[in-house]
Design a protein around this ligand. Structure first.
Ligand SMILES: [Zn+2]
Length: 237
C-alpha cells in the first residue's frame, strides 16, 4: 500500500492534523454553527462560543471545508473561500475580534478571505490547532532567511572582488600606456619598482603585492604609488 503521507500537500497535512483533535461538546456545537454559517447563509451565532477553544473550533471547521495554505517553501498565503460577500465580511469581523487582520479578494465568483503575512499565518495555524505545521512553516522561513542572507554576503564578496579586479585592470592599463609612450623606464625609481612588480604579478592583491616589495611596504603605500602611476600615465597631473 502506498504511503499517503508522502503525497499530502501542506494543506493536506494541516487538515489531517486538525482531523485528529479531540473536542469538547461545546466546541462541536461551534463547528456545526460554522457549517450553518458557510452553507445556509446564517450569521455567526456568537452565543455558541462557550469555552476558550470554541472560536478555534469554529475556525477549524471553516478551514477544513474551504481553506488552504501554501507550502512553507512558497510565499506566505492562507485562504478561506466564501460563497458570498456577506460571509466574507462577517468572517473578517470574526477574525478581527481574534486579533487577525484578513484581506478579501474576489476570484471566480467566490470571495476569498486571505492572509499573506508569515507571522499571522503562524498564528492562524496555531489557533486552528495545527501547532506542528505552524512550527514547520516558521522553521522553513527561518532557513530560507538564513540562505538569503548567505547569498547576500556572497554577492557582497563578489562585488568587492569585482571592484578590486577593476582597480587592477586600471593599473595594468596605466602601465601599458606608459610602455607604449616609452615613459615606463622614466618613472621615478620607487614607482618604477612598484609598477614592474604589478606588471609581473597581475593577480596579486594589494596586500600581497606590498609584501613582495624589498623591503616590504604597507598596503596603503602600494596603493598610493599605483594611484600616482595611473595619474602620470593618463597625464592627470
Ligand atoms: Zn468549546
Amino acid at each position: 500500500m502506498m504511503n499517503n503521507k508522502e503525497k499530502l500537500t501542506f494543506t493536506g497535512e494541516v487538515k489531517e492534523a486538525l482531523g485528529q483533535i479531540k473536542e469538547k461538546k461545546c466546541c462541536k456545537r461551534a463547528r456545526e454553527n460554522a457549517d450553518k454559517f458557510l452553507f445556509e447563509n446564517a450569521l455567526i451565532d456568537k452565543s455558541c462560543f462557550a469555552c476558550d477553544e470554541c472560536r478555534g473550533a469554529f475556525l477549524r471547521e471553516i478551514f477544513l471545508k474551504c481553506g488552504s495554505v501554501n507550502a512553507p517553501d512558497k510565499r506566505g498565503h492562507l485562504e478561506m473561500k466564501m460563497l458570498n460577500e456577506m460571509n466574507a465580511d462577517e468572517m473578517c469581523i470574526f477574525l478581527r475580534e481574534m486579533g487577525l487582520e484578513a484581506k478579501v479578494s474576489r476570484r471566480r465568483g467566490k470571495y476569498v478571505v486571505y492572509f499573506k503575512d508569515g507571522d499571522t499565518i503562524f498564528h492562524v495555524l496555531s489557533l486552528l490547532g495545527a501547532q506542528k505545521c505552524a512550527f514547520d512553516l516558521v522553521n522553513t522561513q527561518i532557513e530560507k532567511n538564513i540562505r538569503n542572507n548567505v547569498n547576500r554576503v556572497n554577492n557582497c564578496e563578489m562585488a568587492n572582488l569585482q571592484k578590486s579586479a577593476n582597480a587592477t585592470g586600471r593599473q595594468l592599463e596605466a602601465i601599458k600606456e606608459l610602455e607604449r609612450d616609452d615613459r615606463f623606464e622614466n618613472l621615478p625609481e620607487k614607482l618604477l619598482y612598484t609598477a614592474s612588480l604589478r606588471r609581473d604579478n597581475p593577480d596579486l592583491s594589494l596586500t600581497d603585492l606590498a609584501s613582495i616589495h624589498e623591503p616590504p611596504i604597507t598596503k596603503s603605500c602600494v596603493n598610493h604609488r599605483l594611484e600616482k602611476i595611473i595619474k602620470i600615465a593618463f597625464r592627470e597631473e
